[in-house]
Design a protein. Structure first.
Length: 114
């Protein structure tokens, strides 16, 4: 799956503290490693950690192909659905909701307003 820098960072944050069984934790660990940034990539992007988050030079941004199998995708979808059920989603997670839940937020909101 082709992911942006922002989507990779959001996914890292989403899965970082996800509890689960041994299989779940192993799958999430493999995903965490794939989502990470190599030294070359971090240098090219000028990735910088700040008190409020991570910044990068968007002019140097390139999407990266991240292998996400069905089982791992299921865990991500489950996590997003759990947050949705608890009304715990935040605006920054909208790109992940759109990508993994197939929800286009703007279209959904405009349909509700009709």
């Amino acid at each position: 799956m082709l992911l942006t820098v922002k989507e990779r960072l959001l996914l890292q944050g989403l899965i970082q503290k996800k509890p689960g069984n041994l299989v779940t934790i192993r799958l999430l660990h493999e995903l965490q490693m794939a989502l990470g940034f190599s030294d070359e990539e971090a240098t090219a992007l000028e990735l910088t950690a700040t008190d409020i988050g991570v910044t990068w030079n968007i002019k140097n941004e390139k999407d990266k192909e991240i292998p996400i199998g069905d089982a791992t995708k299921g865990i991500i979808v489950e996590t997003l659905n759990e947050l949705d059920a608890r009304n715990a989603l935040t605006a920054e997670l909208l790109p992940l909701c759109e990508r993994f839940l197939g929800v286009v937020i703007d279209d959904k909101l405009s349909e509700e307003g009709k």
